[in-house]
Design a protein around this ligand. Sequence first.
Ligand code: SF4
Ligand code: SF4
Ligand code: FES
Length: 250
Amino acid sequence: MSTPAKEAESLTAKKIPIFIMGKQYMVPETLTIMKAMEYAGYQYVRGAGCRGGICGACATVYRKPGDYRIHSGLACQTVVEPNMYLTQLPFYPANRQVYDYATIEATGEAIAQLYPELFRCVACNQCTKICPMDVEVMDYISAMKRGDLELAAKLSFDCIQCGLCASRCMGELPQYHIAQLVRRLVGGKIAPKTEHVDSMVSKIAADYYKDKIAELKKMPLDELKKIYSERVQEPHQGPEYWTPPSDVGL
Ligand code: SF4
Ligand code: SF4
Ligand code: FES
């Protein structure tokens, strides 16, 4: 995140040359690609969202001098390097099938029917190599081919839908769309039901919180701040399955 200190630092930082779509610009060496492009005068209309490495909107590909490889990264997370030669890839066409979630079965066959190109994967591993989130893309595709949807959902969990894998795929697969469908099916139709979520949803539906919210809205700011800072919080180094001591705040 940009802070006044960081902005001041970028003003005094050494300038380095980078090439954006073939044109050279001198930019502070401390900037991310996203900030460097803005520094160079570009305005993001598309290709930027969260600016925090979460939304997957800012995929970028680049090369470096003396290096034959294509590099990739998220523009909001990757710091510029001297003479990098880059372009943004904010969108990469990839077919997404339409399905009826209510009737589709959570099986490998259903996935294969919607996305038969799954079997065009030649196991080249380019998708895994380019993924900025270090997702084992080829492995989740293999799991789908075997019908192991739970494993595919688990392996693809960190996918942020940037589309870079599809841009490199020898088999022309839309990996991340297939993975999204698989996670939806696993989450909604295979994973065990979570009783605490059901009970919370019923409480909300029954207006359990209505009066509490109205009460909070009337409180003076100082009192609100006090309640907020004194709330029960999960300890930073708590056990893996921490639960609040009671129904505090619920
Ligand atoms: S799996 Fe593909 S779409 Fe998802 S983050 Fe990795 S490269 Fe991007
Ligand atoms: S890039 Fe495409 S063909 Fe290569 S391993 Fe990944 S899914 Fe398979
Ligand atoms: S702007 Fe969201 S990941 Fe970069």
